[in-house]
Write a protein that binds this ligand. Structure first.
Ligand SMILES: Cc1cc2nc3c(=O)[nH]c(=O)nc-3n(C[C@H](O)[C@H](O)[C@H](O)COP(=O)(O)O)c2cc1C
Length: 208
């Protein structure tokens, strides 16, 4: 069984992330290739403070319970789909913070991106691809880029309300992109399994 996590990239109240991640989860469970299990990991459930670990995550020594809990939630998956908005043309702070908390949990796995924003959130994804490289997290080319205007319906909604999110109504074509993304994340997650096994063996040997 290949296990994929849909990870939400924002944590604020009135976030669009919830509706987008629900759609990704539901669609992924229908479109996922054979032998793939998909689960939601909602960053908001972890209430991670701004990174407060004494040692960098690459050391694998975690002092805090919130880090251990986050590590356990992420470690068991073979691949990830990050559902991310774009904040100020970049990665949202909560997602970058959550990524920085861990290291080996991300290594030698695959990741795909579902983004949203006025230009599809693609600038956040370009930054995430650079970050993924440092984490030995293989990023797939297929991507879902959702538009804040055309993939949300604002009919009868008070646009003067700053908390307005609209009703998420994605264009049908995004399902094809999502299916391609899931296929690529699955294939790469599986292909990297021997690399993960070798890294685990090397770690055991180093620990004596
Ligand atoms: C701090 C902040 C910065 C934002 N910057 C951008 C931006 O650079 N580009 C963009 O398309 N949308 C931007 N937006 C609008 C977001 O696309 C929109 O609020 C989206 O719903 C945010 O995702 P969330 O609701 O899941 O938090 C920004 C929103 C916030 C809160």
């Amino acid at each position: 069984m290949t296990r994929l996590a849909i990870v939400t990239g924002s944590t604020r109240t009135h976030r669009r992330a919830e509706a987008v991640a629900d759609w990704v989860l539901t669609s992924a469970r229908k479109a996922a290739p054979e032998g793939v299990e998909v689960e939601l990991v909602d960053l908001a459930d972890f209430a991670l403070p701004v990174l407060d670990e004494p040692a960098p995550a690459a050391w694998g020594i975690y002092a805090h319970e919130h880090t251990k809990r986050w590590s356990q939630a992420i470690a068991g998956f073979d691949g990830y789909v990050f559902v991310t908005p774009e904040y100020n043309h970049g990665v949202p702070g909560p997602l970058k913070n959550a990524i920085d908390y861990l290291y080996s949990e991300w290594n030698h796995k695959a990741v795909g991106f579902v983004s949203y924003g006025v230009n599809g959130g693609v600038r956040a994804v370009e930054q995430l691809r650079q970050i993924a490289a440092e984490l030995k997290l293989a990023d797939v080319a297929a991507q879902v880029a959702l538009n804040s205007f055309t993939d949300f319906d604002y009919t009868d909604i008070d646009m003067t309300d700053p908390t307005v999110t609209g009703v998420f109504a994605p264009d049908e074509r995004h399902l094809d992109d999502l299916a391609a993304l899931l296929d690529q994340v699955t294939v790469w997650s599986r292909a990297l399994a021997p690399v993960r096994a070798r890294a685990a063996e090397e770690l055991t040997a180093a620990q004596g």
